[in-house]
Ligand binder design. Structure first.
Ligand SMILES: [Zn+2]
Length: 541
């Protein structure tokens, strides 16, 4: 069985999950669900990055004083948010857990054994917002461009360094086109330029007394490990590195790390270099030929603005995704985030657009199609799925005929490819408009088919033809429920229910076995239809 190991970054717990975190996590969830439909052995991990000064500063601002209590409370809140948004995680890792500490120690020792850790003195400008040293070339008006309100600190201390520059050539080889290690391509160019021209060794520890939190450096209690060096290792420790070798060997390397574009230097340069180094002294991390087992791909998505403005605490425009759920339901939020923004590019979150998409795409197109197909079948065919084979009655001539079976075959192939290539936005666009715009079987074309054939008029003169039309539409709804499940699991379940199917039974099949025309059985009883996406109440928006 194929395995599919997918991760989000682990998040700092200095605040609540925002719409940006939600975007990454929902995208990862959609991909995890798609691979589960293919009956792959999926493992989907997210978690919290707890060994950071940022968390401590946030804790102090709340008046709390016990980091353990604060971290546990915040981690629970993050975990609950993902539950509330129907995120299907297999594991949630906290970097304060013993299983993480065990793996970090093993990893540090392997890198040290390779000879890639040395002592040095570091002096530099440090941004606590980024938890990173900043080069003068990174600054805008002497400040961190991501945290213009934070004073940069000048740090000078004894640190351990990692020989990152030793891996320049190997990294450049990794970025060669065709490897698709960094996606999308624009980010690959960016990271290649950075590694070719600006790579330097980095400090991977801090004096314990100056940061107050962190994992102790093995063998030197006066130092703690730099938070990014420890955080990246979560991708290993979450699947048993240092604690469960069998599990680890089954799941590593990761198939996909989804990240925001602001952290690609860490994921696309530091992380593979760390793995190349540790692999030399840890057989768990290398292939039989001796090369390091590296993640297959890092996919970086863009930044969000809200109604055209940068998200910032001072503007107070951050959106708590859970606050949107009572109005729209979580499926609509998931749909909007994944549909509206081409994955990999920057995008804008707008309440107006969310409402427009809800009404046009979900209520009027998807909801209406299901409702009309079910309501007419109940009315004309005794509350059941009509039998398309009862007669060979000719279908009425319609312009731009909807191509049912062939169109859906093409659609499922195209949608599968889009999900496979991390282009969830593209998959959704296809489901609405069809793989072939002229004769496709997308949702819009299915609706048009009803308008063109007018079953409600035709039923008097040619009920057999209407039976075939309605069967085709109900069967198409079954396909749409499959194709949409990764993005809208609740709506998908509802669609199955309304066409008389049981979701659990339906999804126990494999994607390619289920997506075969004609599996919906004639005579299946249809329950009373109800709106899949009820109209938005003006007051509630
Ligand atoms: Zn910063």
């Amino acid at each position: 069985m194929n395995k599919f190991y997918i991760t989000t970054p682990i998040y700092y717990v200095n605040g609540k999950p925002s719409i940006g975190h939600t975007y990454t996590t929902v995208a990862a969830d959609a991909l995890a669900r798609f691979h589960r439909l293919k009956k792959e052995d999926v493992y989907f991990v997210t978690g919290t990055d707890e060994n950071s000064q940022k968390n401590i500063q946030a804790m102090e601002a709340t008046g709390e004083s016990d980091p353990e209590v604060y971290l546990a409370r915040m981690a629970a809140e993050w975990k609950q948010t993902w539950r509330d948004l129907d995120i299907s995680i297999d594991d949630f890792i906290r970097t304060s857990e013993p299983r993480h500490l065990a793996g970090v120690e093993r990893f540090w020792n392997a890198v040290k054994e390779t000879g890639d850790i040395y002592e040095g003195e570091y002096e530099g400008l440090y941004c606590v917002g980024c938890e990173a040293f900043k080069a003068t070339s990174d600054l805008v008006e002497d400040r961190c461009p991501l945290h213009p309100n934070k004073e940069l600190e000048t740090l000078k201390e004894k640190n351990y360094f990692f020989r990152l520059t030793k891996y320049r050539e190997e990294l450049l080889k990794l970025y060669e086109a065709g490897n698709d290690f960094v996606m999308p391509e624009s980010r690959r160019h960016e990271i290649r330029n950075y590694v070719a021209d600006h790579l330097s060794d980095i400090s991977i520890s801090r004096e314990k007394k100056s940061v107050g939190i962190g994992i102790p450096v093995p063998g030197d209690d006066s130092q703690v490990i730099y938070v990014w060096f420890d955080a990246l290792i979560n991708y290993l420790t979450a699947i048993g590195y240092g604690t469960d070798e069998t599990k680890f060997e089954h799941l590593w390397p990761a198939d996909l790390h989804l990240v925001g574009k602001e952290i690609i230097k860490f994921h696309c340069a530091l992380w593979p270099a760390m793995l190349m180094s540790a692999a030399k002294n840890d057989p768990l991390l290398r292939e039989e030929n001796g090369s390091a087992k590296l993640p297959k791909q890092v996919f970086a998505h863009g930044f969000f603005t809200i109604d055209g403005q940068k998200i910032s605490k001072s503007l107070g425009n951050a959106i708590d995704p859970r606050a949107l759920v009572p109005t729209y339901g979580f499926d609509a939020i998931r749909y909007y985030l994944l549909r509206e923004i081409p994955f990999g590019e920057d995008g804008d979150f707008s309440h107006t657009r969310l409402q427009e998409r809800y009404t046009a795409d979900l209520a009027n197109t998807l909801g209406n199609l299901l409702n009309r197909a079910v309501a007419m079948s109940r009315k004309y065919f005794d509350g059941k799925v009509p039998d398309p084979f009862v007669t060979q009655a000719a279908l009425p001539e319609v312009s731009g005929e909807w191509s049912g079976k062939e169109g859906l075959d093409a659609l499922a192939v195209a949608v599968g490819k889009a999900y496979e290539h991390t282009r969830v936005d593209h998959a959704l666009e296809l489901i609405w408009s069809g793989a072939d715009r002229a004769h496709g079987a997308g949702l819009s074309q299915a609706n048009k088919y009803i308008e063109d054939t007018q079953p409600f008029k035709l039923v008097k003169e040619n009920p057999e033809a209407v039976g075939r039309i309605l069967y085709a539409l109900l069967e198409a709804c079954r396909w749409y429920a499959w194709l949409l499940h990764p993005v809208m699991p609740q709506a998908s379940k509802q669609i199955f229910f309304q066409i008389g199917l049981n979701e659990e039974k339906e999804l126990s099949e494999r994607w390619d076995e289920a997506l075969v025309w004609g599996k919906l059985k004639a005579g299946t009883p249809l329950p009373e239809p109800r709106p899949l996406f009820p109209r938005l109440n003006e007051e509630s928006t």
